[in-house]
Ligand binder design. Structure first.
Ligand SMILES: [Zn+2]
Length: 581
């Protein structure tokens, strides 16, 4: 699932502090004694925990290097999926009769020929200013006049955006409006949309940006390149000195609407092909009804994750800290432990060391993404194998898509839905699985809109978006569950309008929903290992994954056999607008 910091619709979705203790069931520290390897067994037609376990230990293995977009590890993971669907006999539905759809991801890197000059002073990149990548059609700043836009975070002080068209808007930042982990930054997407007609935006907060972040921003940036990238303002973080030069006045005393200098500037990024391809895997199980087989029920997951970190951490130690004091994982800020808390961690760690004769200590740098989204990826494979083995297939066809680059910003699903390999209108519903392997009573699966932490249970699964386009689809999901031998318990709390975590906008299903395709997002929710190196296969609940997979297969069967496609009775979003939950 996409990190909250990527979601630009709602500034409140930035990381939250764990202010109250987590009152879920006590963590089971014995899982730290579990083996990290698993001898694979031959997978069978039935959807089983054993099959899922075999698949996930392969897919989330360290050798996949965290499956980061356009890396060797991701390429290997994608090839594993394709070889499996080929073995099962699915029909290829990617590019040119293959199982792969190439997604147009490019590397973009700061172009050192960029310059920024005010009067006779030429400023130095990375010291005086940092240029952020706004895509290939970022507007030029050459000969553009600066105008003071007020203080971001203090809406009363802000200039009327209409007065900034074609100008370079200089902004101060309200110290209270800068979140602790944003590194002095503002929500670039929100600021960009607010001043959409400006030639450029210069935010005077570079002094607050940590050197590590400035270093990180100098690395190439992977970018989904569409045929027509939107025209956007150029975006700069600048020092107060540069801001004052731009305004010909002290940045602390200048008034909103004041006109500043005319700048000479050529902000530029250069573009390169990525070293490894970015690919979706696309495959079809053909339906049995001569008419309905040209319509599709789509089942999806994402094949990528976060890669690796150059700063290894002690695995058991970070596991214990997070399960006690950061139960939302990366959704929460890193905790500052007091001495008593540190002592509690040390004592638990010593106990694990004693019980493993010291052999459990290991540094860890790989984001295995066993749950995110190894779980959804192998569940989709298991569902594909289940249908592939059926003698009589469902009436409609089943379209399986394993999307790439979800973690970078839903790249693969954006690309697939913009460039579908079957007619877009022939997709009658999309069922997305992202993080379906956890959900225990000890896992902090989510928060209420009011901020109360809550937890899973043995039958737990979250449904998101199930009635946002089609009441009928949401009702079908309920009816199919009631007919299961042991029904799952559905949690809709994360799906309420205006929920600060914005989950509806944070996985691949939304890219289908924006085109009016009814979707359901299935997840067992958040946990302490979310976007941490501790998201590993030995912590997964395979029995629950099998139940969720079987249920999704049963629901897909129901939809595929309906005499009509699920009725869309709710308004469709603007496909190129901003997602709003
Ligand atoms: Zn994720």
């Amino acid at each position: 699932m996409l990190a909250a910091s990527f979601v630009v619709a709602n500034a409140a979705s930035a990381q939250r502090a764990q202010t109250s203790p987590d009152v879920g069931a006590a963590p089971n520290w014995d899982v730290l004694l579990r083996g990290r390897t698993h001898a694979p067994t031959a997978t069978t037609a039935a959807i089983t925990a054993a099959d899922l376990k075999t698949r996930l230990y392969i897919f989330a293995d360290d050798s996949m290097q965290g499956r980061l977009l356009a890396t060797a590890g991701n390429a290997k993971a994608v090839e594993y999926i394709a070889s499996e669907v080929k073995r099962m006999g699915l029909e290829p539905m990617g590019d040119n009769g293959t199982y792969f759809q190439s997604v147009n991801v490019v590397d973009r890197k700061f172009d050192p020929s960029t310059h920024l000059t005010v009067g006779s002073t030429t400023f130095t990149p990375w010291t005086d200013y940092v240029l952020r990548d706004q895509g290939s059609n970022a507007r030029s700043l050459d000969g553009v006049q600066a105008v003071f836009g007020g203080t971001w975070g203090d809406s009363v002080s802000l200039i009327d955006p209409a007065l900034t068209a074609g100008k370079l808007v200089v902004l101060r930042v309200n110290p209270n409006g800068v979140t602790q982990n944003s590194g002095g930054g503002v929500n670039r997407g929100v600021v960009t949309r607010h001043f959409a007609k400006a030639a450029g935006i210069a935010v005077a907060s570079l002094e607050a940006m940590p050197p590590q972040m400035i270093q990180l921003l100098q690395q190439p940036n992977q970018f989904l390149k569409q045929e027509a990238d939107p025209d956007l303002p150029s975006f700069l973080y600048v020092t107060r000195r540069v801001a004052s030069a731009l305004m010909n006045a002290n940045i602390d005393s200048v008034r909103t609407g004041a006109v500043g200098a005319t700048v000479a500037a050529t902000p530029r990024f250069s573009e390169f092909p990525t070293e490894y391809p970015a690919r979706n895997v696309v495959a079809v199980i053909r339906g049995s009804d001569p008419q309905l087989r040209s319509e599709y029920v789509a089942i999806g997951a994402h094949n990528d994750h976060l890669g690796w970190s150059s700063r290894p951490v002690a695995h058991d130690s970070i596991y214990i800290v997070n399960h006690l004091f950061r139960t939302g994982g990366a959704e929460d800020r890193p905790p500052q432990l007091d001495p008593a808390q540190q002592a509690q961690v040390n004592s638990l760690l010593a106990d694990i060391r004693r019980r493993t004769n010291g052999t459990s200590a290991r540094p860890d740098s790989i984001y295995n993404g066993a749950d995110d989204d190894g779980s959804g990826s192998v569940s989709a494979l298991e569902i594909a194998q289940y249908f592939a083995a059926q003698k009589v297939k469902p009436k409609r066809s089943l379209l399986f898509v394993w999307h790439v680059g979800e973690e970078e910003g839903l790249y693969g699903s954006e690309w697939y839905t913009d460039h579908p390999t079957v007619p877009r209108d022939s997709i009658v519903a999309q069922l997305n699985m992202d993080m379906v392997g956890r959900g225990s009573a000890a896992d902090n699966t989510g928060i209420t809109k009011e901020g109360q932490r809550y937890h899973g249970n043995p039958d737990y699964v979250q449904l998101v978006g199930s009635r946002r386009l089609s009441t009928e689809l949401g009702d079908l999901a309920e009816a199919v569950n009631k007919s299961e031998k042991r029904p799952l318990s559905f949690d809709y709390s994360m799906d309420v309008n205006g929920h600060p975590q914005n989950i509806y906008c944070r996985s691949d299903h939304y890219e289908y929903a924006r085109y009016g395709i009814p979707i359901i997002f299935f997840t067992t929710g958040g946990h302490a290992d979310y976007h941490q190196v501790t998201d590993e296969p030995q912590y997964i609940d395979y029995d629950r994954m099998a139940r969720v997979s079987q249920y999704v297969a049963d629901l897909a069967t129901k939809i595929a056999n309906l005499e009509h496609r699920p009725v869309v009775d709710k308004p469709k979003p603007d496909p190129h607008g901003q997602c709003v939950q």
